[in-house]
Design a protein around this ligand. Structure first.
Ligand SMILES: [Zn+2]
Length: 481
């Protein structure tokens, strides 16, 4: 279905669903069958999955707060799933540790990564996973068992000797998967996920668990909430959970002094860029479980743990150029090219500018001083443009395709400009690259460089040509041995 058609259909389905839901629940006067209602809801969910940029908070598919059409049941947590107090400096950490030491003089702490994802509770009875739920407001969450079951690293069965086990973890989307999905969304002219956390939350709270399964989510379990086994320390529980087959918080270290704690926090901070997942801080927790009980909680936070938040890194640099590329679906994508800067451990010199609206909103001009940061510590983005040079103008995307020269079009309701020429060379090239890529056919050894050679030699013009390649032709390429 075309984007504009989908938009109309979605609007129709939403108003029908809302109207009928009102008739049923408020006026107790349904005019359609439940199955008809469910079918419309299902169709709407499918369309919103296909066109995520059309998904909005007020859609009937998103009414989970006890609304009648919600497919997520409410779960009341046996233990309150607390959130943590934040620390932003060494002083905040010292204040926390001295408060703890007042009650527990020889306190031992564990420092671990704070994974940036969605907090969930996993419940096992007699070794079987019986329920998975979201944190919600800490007291009441949503039953997402079906979706949780699709996450490969969550064991469905554990050592049957354990009668009761409740573990808390953070579901996240690995950076690699996130980047692949965002690329896909950009190629389709959709609004991409903002960061891996949004992507994980959106993927986990899907009505259709098979969509969740496709998103390749993962989990790190970071706390044993309740268990029929007894343990004396947090690090013991993590070792136990690991032995049961769970992915547990990576890099957990036991520390005594403030210096040791700060060194570990810094070490985690420096490792961020190289991690396969996104973190939004480090957590410092009291190791002894009995001492945790001594300290207890305020009405908001546990007194035995604190979250250290790393400051967001923003750099200023000069915008040198804006390059316009053509994606495999013909979408024109402007990319900012700036003086290289160091950000979150890597050198960055390019950032995607999405579309003309994005450029207009910030009034981006070549020669500007731009502020760059990494969204979710992964994707560089421009957040501000200043110091316009005299005589400069807001950058405008071209009227003609930079690859084939055909006029570009702006489809109604779309923010993107597209080249709609089916013979556009750059679109064809991108299509072949995508076809061979990991997210699609995953053809070993057929990377962009080899594909460029195949095209330049006239061996390949479209995907179908890949199937008629001969050994003789391939051996003439210098990248293939
Ligand atoms: Zn073109």
């Amino acid at each position: 279905m075309e984007f504009s058609e989908a938009k109309k259909r979605i609007a129709f389905l939403r108003s029908e669903l809302e109207y009928n839901s009102k008739l049923y629940y408020e006026l107790d006067a349904p005019v359609i069958e439940d199955t008809e209602y469910d079918a419309m809801l299902k169709e709407l969910t499918a369309l919103e999955n296909e066109f995520p940029s059309l998904l909005s908070e007020d859609s009937p598919t998103q009414h989970v707060g006890g609304a009648a059409n919600s497919q997520f049941k409410k779960v009341t947590h046996a233990l309150k799933m607390e959130s943590l107090q934040n620390a932003f400096s060494k002083e905040d950490i010292s204040a926390f540790t001295s408060r703890v030491r007042e009650a527990v003089p020889n306190a031992e702490f564990v420092v671990e990564q704070k994974i940036d994802g969605l907090s969930v509770l996993l419940e096992y009875k007699n070794g079987r996973l019986v329920r998975g739920s979201t944190r919600g407001d800490g007291i009441t969450g949503e039953d997402i068992t079906e979706n949780i079951m699709t996450i490969k690293s969550i064991p469905h069965r554990i050592d049957s000797g354990v009668e009761l086990l409740e573990a808390r973890g953070e579901v996240f989307m690995p950076k690699e998967v996130f980047l692949r999905i965002v690329e896909e969304q950009q190629a389709n002219g959709e609004t991409p996920f903002k960061n891996p956390r949004n992507a994980a939350a959106g993927s986990l709270r899907q009505k259709n668990a098979s969509v969740t399964a496709e998103r390749e989510l993962d989990i790190f379990v970071f706390n044993l909430e309740r268990s029929s086994n007894t343990f004396s320390t947090h690090s013991e529980t993590l070792d136990f959970l690991k032995a049961q087959g769970f992915h547990v918080s990576p890099m957990y270290t036991v520390c005594k002094t403030d210096d040791e704690i700060m060194a570990q926090i810094e070490l985690i901070g420096e490792s961020r860029a190289g991690l396969s997942h996104d973190i939004d801080g480090a957590v410092v927790k009291l190791n002894s479980l009995s001492e945790r009980r001594v300290l207890g909680s305020t009405n908001k936070f546990p007194r035995w743990a604190i979250a250290f938040k790393y400051p967001p890194e923003t750099k200023e640099t000069t915008l040198l150029d804006i390059e316009v590329g053509v994606g495999r679906t013909g979408v024109l994508t402007p990319t900012a090219v700036f003086e290289p800067v160091q950000l979150a451990g890597t050198t960055v010199s390019r950032a995607v500018l999405h579309n003309q609206d994005f450029i207009d909103e910030m009034d981006i001009r070549i020669g500007d001083t731009v502020s760059v940061r990494k969204a979710g510590d992964i994707i560089p983005e421009i957040i501000r443009a200043a110091n316009h040079k005299e005589g400069s103008v807001t950058f405008k995307l071209p009227h003609d395709c930079p690859s084939c020269g055909e006029p570009v079009v702006r489809l109604s309701d779309e923010v993107a400009l597209r080249c709609v020429n089916p013979e556009c060379p750059e679109q064809k090239r991108r299509n072949i690259i995508h076809f061979a890529s990991k997210g699609a056919m995953n053809i070993d050894g057929l990377g962009p460089a080899t594909i460029d050679q195949l095209i330049d030699n006239g061996f390949v013009d479209g995907i179908s040509d890949l199937f008629s390649l001969t050994k003789e032709k391939l051996l003439t390429l210098d990248k293939v041995k």
